[in-house]
Design a protein around this ligand. Structure first.
Ligand SMILES: O=C(O)CCC(=O)C(=O)O
Ligand SMILES: [Mn+2]
Length: 206
């Protein structure tokens, strides 16, 4: 029976029993109305950038738009280029506060990805850059369209996990996950709307 109450964020988490991985999913880290607001604020206020990547000497467009924000000094090298951080915005600080409270870890930077439709995606990789140190905790917030997020063990190719990450969810990857597993966001021919993903990270400052 409808009660007229708005759905509240939930601290309920699901842990996955996988070898060499530490994965935890909060399906409703943000209530639906909060997640809607964050999506539209980020969609319109973030300076989304189209980046290129050099693959075997050939310049290709990265199939998504990106932004990098963080504390001063959190220079991050990805897609072959060093990125200087843009400062924290009010929205990003508020999302980070919830992510830190739920996950129990601190973060000094965030990578944002905007997948405009099913032609945007991310190939197999691990977040194991040296700036992240050993056993990094990567806290990933999903907003907007639901997309398939895939994980695969590096040593045992038959060990796989596919997750449909809901609007307003938080997935934490910790422990040795980045050493033993790779992950991807496959492209899809299915018509899908826009999705924003934020991965909060703690860069080791030198
Ligand atoms: O969009 C996602 O869910 C994954 C993003 C990701 O793996 C990354 O930014 O490193
Ligand atoms: Mn990643």
């Amino acid at each position: 029976m409808p009660t007229g109450k708005l759905p509240l964020p939930s601290t309920e988490a699901q842990r996955f029993d996988l070898p060499d991985a530490d994965l935890c999913l909060w399906s409703q880290a943000f209530a639906a109305d909060e997640a809607d607001e964050q999506f539209s604020a980020l969609r319109s206020r973030i300076e989304w950038r189209q980046e290129d990547i050099l693959i075997f000497g050939e310049r290709r467009r990265v199939p998504r738009l990106v932004a990098w924000h963080g504390d001063p000094g959190t220079t991050y090298t990805y897609s072959g280029t060093a990125h200087e951080p843009l400062p924290w915005t009010v929205e990003l600080q508020s999302i980070r506060a919830r992510v830190e409270a739920l996950s129990g870890y601190r973060y000094n930077s965030v990578l944002l990805n905007l997948y405009r439709d099913g032609r945007d995606g991310m190939g197999w990789h691990a977040d194991d850059e040296s700036e992240l140190g050993r056993n990094p905790v990567i806290a990933s917030v999903s907003l907007g369209a639901i997309r398939r997020f895939c994980l695969r063990h590096r040593g045992h190719k038959d060990l796989q996990l596919d997750l449909l990450l809901p609007h307003g969810s938080l997935l934490c990857m910790g422990g040795s996950t980045q050493h033993h597993w790779v992950h991807a966001l496959p492209k899809t021919r299915r018509p899908v709307g826009e999705r924003i993903n934020l991965t909060f990270r703690l860069l080791v400052l030198r």
